[in-house]
Design a protein around this ligand. Sequence first.
Ligand code: 5GP
Length: 205
Amino acid sequence: MTQEETGLLFVISGPSGVGKGTVGAALRKKNKKVVYSVSATSRSPRPGEIDGETYFFKTKEEFEAMIEAGEFLEWAQYIHHYYGTPKKFVFEQLEMGNDVFLEIEVQGAMQVKKSYPHGIFIFLLPPDMEELRQRIKNRGTEDDEVIARRLSVAREEIEMMRNYDYVVVNDQVDLAVSRIEAIITAEHCRQERTYNRYIKWFKEE
Ligand code: 5GP
């Protein structure tokens, strides 16, 4: 399959609390063709999170065995836990022509950029830092030490946005979703992804 016939791989990163999950859920609801990859993690489930849907919840040992077996497209340690994208599902979906979304932190995104340079990298930003602090606090699932740690990582992550192709501000979920849909449409219209399809018209004459 050529690059033009496979689906596109989109990577979305952004600081903890920016609303990646909410935006992702709204995008999936609106656009049924979008496929999200389910990551594996060694962190414990938060209330309401479902194994196999939110994440594949693994022990540290199970996760390390998956690393050894080469099962990840990328993996990273974030705060005290492992997070990784299982490779098989992503490539199967791309081969089927589906667009795949990875919602991952910046170190993992940079690994994907190296191994899959055709990926499209989107950075989600909060409207301002105070809003981000409030969103992490309001979630109420993390203790003060983890909140402080997540905010300091957020500062470092925002520096990394220079390595991304697009920046989307999540001021309102529906607006952020429309911006991401515009990016999907634009990427499908890129000349280098469509040229061979059209030049075939003349080859077949
Ligand atoms: P949380 O613990 O809040 O669910 O996720 C913490 C961070 O890990 C978020 O920035 C999230 O996007 C990121 N993350 C989730 N899954 C993966 C993954 O498979 N790989 C990497 N590198 N980061 C991930």
